[in-house]
Ligand binder design. Sequence first.
Ligand code: ADP
Ligand code: MG
Length: 684
Amino acid sequence: MTADLHALPVRSVAGVTPAKAKELEALGIDSVARLLEYYPFRYEDYRIRDLSGVQDGEKVTVQGKIYSEPVVQMYGRTKSRTTVKVFVDPLFVSAVMFNRHFLKDKLRPGLEIVLTGKWDARRQQLTVSETEFPGTGPAQTGTLQPVYSVTAAISQRWMRKTVKQALTQFGALIAEALPRPLVDKYRFMPRRQAVYRIHHPDDAEEGKQARRRLVYEELFFFQLKMHAFRALQRKRADGVAHEFDNEVVRQFVRGLPFKLTDSQKKVIGEILHDLKQPYCMNRLLQGDVGAGKTVVAAAALFASVKAGCQGALMVPTEILAEQHKRSLERLFEPYGIQVGLLTGSLTDRQRRDTIASLHMGLIDVVVGTHALIQDDVLFRRLGLVVTDEQHRFGVNQRSVLRRKGMNPDVLTMTATPIPRTLAITAFGDLDVSTLRELPQGRKPIKTYALGHDKLDRVIEFMRREVREGRQAYVICPLIEESDKLDVQNALDVHAQMSHAFPEFRVGLLHGRMPPQEKDAVMNEFKDNDVQVLVSTTVIEVGVDVPNATVMVIYDAVRFGLSQLHQLRGRVGRGEHQSTCILIADPKNETAKERLRVMTETNDGFEIARRDLELRGPGDFFGTKQSGLPEFKLADMMSDFDIMEMARDDSAELVASPEFWTSADTLPLREFLQREQILDGDRLD
Ligand code: ADP
Ligand code: MG
């Protein structure tokens, strides 16, 4: 949309009073451009049909001849019911209108009339919502009318009229926004026509074509932003160019207690390459649970430290921070690399010490929760930030860390493989590395779904496993509404398990426990001093105890699929056969379907795809800060093909040197400047 129309206040449209302008503003419509871009979400069909094909209860527009005098019944002063017989070939229909007694004199027998309303097939009756007399006034008959999302203060009718008025008054000012070659390539209708036609299509196909073009445009500009940002980041080259000797990292890898998988080697190679470049790495590492992401992060952090920088590893929970800190310490100890911990539960004193050490460069790698990104945390030379399970961090939090004095390389790790459909939008600005295989020798986890009545069998199974030397997790039902209930539940299940297993030690872990206690329990579990660990979902991500082989999840249908997969991923990490038991009494088809998916596949990508299908993109990430953009017109899922087109086109455009200099693309660069992508850079 041209800037001009954005600058024109919506009051410029005839009929928009200051009061109405206020109401429009509440809908986000503050300019003429915004009004024109207030697209209908469907159309109402006023094309005349004959009644033979109309279903009972369907809304329909028919034309007929008035056959009888109208009969008006009044209820009170304003309410009325008007009935009139109309011949709609070949039927005599009784048309019922509520509160339209003022039409009485117009409803003269013999007149042609167009009626829109709901058809009652049994009574042969039409409950009329709109009437029109052919040849009088502007006709909606025979058209598709736009249906807008409106408020109590703005009627559908008024909105239709006003948008139409805006189109008449300002339509000529709508300028093409897409580069000419792209319009030609897809034979899109020109923008002006598309905007007109999306409001007023001649038929459904035309509406679809108009929408398609405008969806493309929306996605094109979205993708252009991301690709331009990425290209500029490379061009600016103001990141940290890590200087280290590959051989030193190779040595570190050789010193690991296991051989890396081919995937791990490849991914580490990709990351090391990025680290050396002067631009900012912005890479997503996705790999199924248990694929071995931690060691990849360790190699990257090692390289950063060897280049004289500091590294940070951000994780979503304190338990995970502790765990990662310990495993990094173990790996880095022979090299004299100092690992620090920064979480919310440090004492003031510990916190101050850690912060000071970081600032002085006495700590090489710091592991922490969001406490890492508080204002008083400064680094001497931050080179690399790794976030584990990043979708739990808001995008803003990530950028806070990035803004901290430096422009560190960023590696984002996730075990929830992002389905292609979402990745292209949510992570379109990232390079992606994928761990495609699990370390050798892992046995696929067996998953069963059982009703609550089978609990005895589950307990016997657990007993057998623990007697063989293995360990078990029991995950309590998730009670989101109440922390207190959550804890109570965990206590109940713990009591139940302690009673069932007098011969074992049963541990308890929940979010309300003090960090030291959590830590102590985790350590006991790790050392097999505790054999059965009852826990809420605090153990969900990342926890790594290879000797645990049984995962029992209560009320499994309450969890999302990806979350179940995460929880299940806590077992199957060692050489022993592992089992996951989902306890649930599914009440509906969706619940059954979810359990079916879990018992049928161990493939995180497949599960993520199904999860997305069952829950939709909004819920997929399980948090509000999903980082997913909101589109006016486009639908991330159903318009995926267009998204791909837009992505390829914008990537190609940005990759050509002319894009940054040519006069033809100046409007696009101006757009990027308005969006602060080109901020500080020259337009040519
Ligand atoms: P995730 O990708 O889920 O974060 P982890 O990094 O926690 O997985 O690794 C899972 C387990 O697999 C850990 O115990 C880790 O030490 C082990 N592991 C990682 N890579 C390998 C490998 N190449 N061979 C054998 N075991 C490995
Ligand atoms: Mg992990």
